[in-house]
Design a protein around this ligand. Structure first.
Ligand code: ZN
Ligand code: ZN
Length: 357
């Protein structure tokens, strides 16, 4: 992975951000910029490269994971090591991640960095992460391929009387067997009327003939997340659920078709939502259309009514409309989609038909 390239891209923006150094403390952002996967590490970006700081527990791990930049290990208060580094570089205006530093930590940082102006920055690395590079695409595709394989395998396992919890455990086992490093998130498994909850926690509800089965899950590959939802039926479903599945499927396709470089999150959301509203279920689509995904399961860009930012080539979004009817059940269909100049490119290969198991 070319972490050095990512750091150079960020370093080149320091002027425009109004700083001469940038302290990155979000572990996800630290991983993105350095490859470090431990639980304690900071990076300071300067125009001439910067440094990675960690404590003694991670000296060895950092030597392997962060081979291509200056590394410093602190044994006491990390702020002292930071202050030494900052004064060596003559930094006068140090950016920090406002969303990551508590008021208490800020006070300690100010005290340790006397004479250095601390500049609050928001979403800087997060925005850089929106457009994925080749290494990231490889991992996103790998995570999705594992997720597709696990979906194919779980269909053979489903049996009358098994509980949501059992199916969720089985899904987890299959994801790992197919090569996942872990779970992108705890799988959502909902049977029958439980599927009316968009984020249902799998429980002890047993599968019955005529239930829909909503599965929202994904594999993790070297920190990158897959996220896919399919809704299938166990035996013939109620006529209204069959109709709802058809509406959601059309809405999902309309959302995919609206994905384009320069389209806003609100426009894509409206294209999909319009289909559901037209079918009379507008009130039952109770969440936004989708989100970006990468080192985090939910990240920029966002697709929803209030999101006007244009989509960039090389970014990825989920398209996940749903209709939820209390007492009856619900249907959601979700794919990850690559935004390209040639149009949308859907990552999952799993069928979106209403399968009847
Ligand atoms: Zn999902
Ligand atoms: Zn999602």
């Amino acid at each position: 992975m070319d972490h050095a390239m990512r750091r150079r891209a960020l370093g080149a923006r320091l002027d425009e951000l109004g700083v001469d150094g940038f302290l990155v403390t979000s572990l996800v952002n630290v991983r993105y910029l350095t490859g470090f996967t431990g639980s304690s590490g900071h990076v300071v970006i300067t125009e001439d490269g910067g440094a990675f700081l960690t404590d003694g527990r991670y000296t060895e791990q950092a030597r392997h994971e962060v081979p291509d930049m200056e590394r410093r290990t602190y044994t006491q208060d990390h702020r002292r090591e930071l202050a030494t580094f900052v004064s060596e570089r003559g930094s006068e205006r140090l950016g920090f991640e406002a969303a990551e530093v508590s008021v208490a930590a800020h006070a300690k940082l100010s005290a340790a960095l006397e004479g250095v102006a601390l500049v609050a920055l928001e979403g800087t690395v997060e925005r850089q992460r929106v457009v994925k590079d080749d290494d990231e695409w490889e991992l996103l595709r790998r995570a999705q391929a594992i997720t597709d394989a696990a979906f194919g395998a779980i269909l053979d396992v489903v049996a009358v009387g098994m509980t949501e919890r059992q199916l969720a455990d089985e899904l987890e086992r299959l994801l790992r067997a197919e090569g996942a490093d872990g779970l992108a998130f705890a799988p959502i498994v909902a049977f029958g009327e439980q599927a009316a909850e968009p984020h249902h926690e799998p429980g002890h509800r047993a599968l019955e003939e005529g239930d829909v089965i909503k599965l929202d899950f994904g594999a993790l590959a070297e920190g990158y997340h897959a996220d896919m939802t399919r809704t299938v039926a166990f035996g013939p479903p109620a006529a209204e659920l069959r109709k709802i599945h058809d509406v959601v499927r059309q809405a999902q396709q309309a959302g995919i078709d609206a994905v384009a470089v320069g389209a806003s999150g609100a426009q894509v959301d409206a294209a999909s939502r319009g289909v559901i509203e037209g079918a009379g279920y507008g009130e039952r689509f109770v969440h936004g259309l989708g989100h970006g995904v990468g080192l985090q399961i939910h990240e920029e860009p966002w697709l929803g009514r209030d999101h006007g930012d244009p989509l960039a080539a090389g970014s990825i979004v989920t398209i996940e409309p749903g209709v939820y009817v209390p007492g009856l059940g619900g249907v959601r269909i979700e794919d990850t989609v690559e935004v390209t100049a040639e149009g949308p490119r859907v990552l999952p290969t799993s069928t979106k038909e209403l399968l009847e198991l």
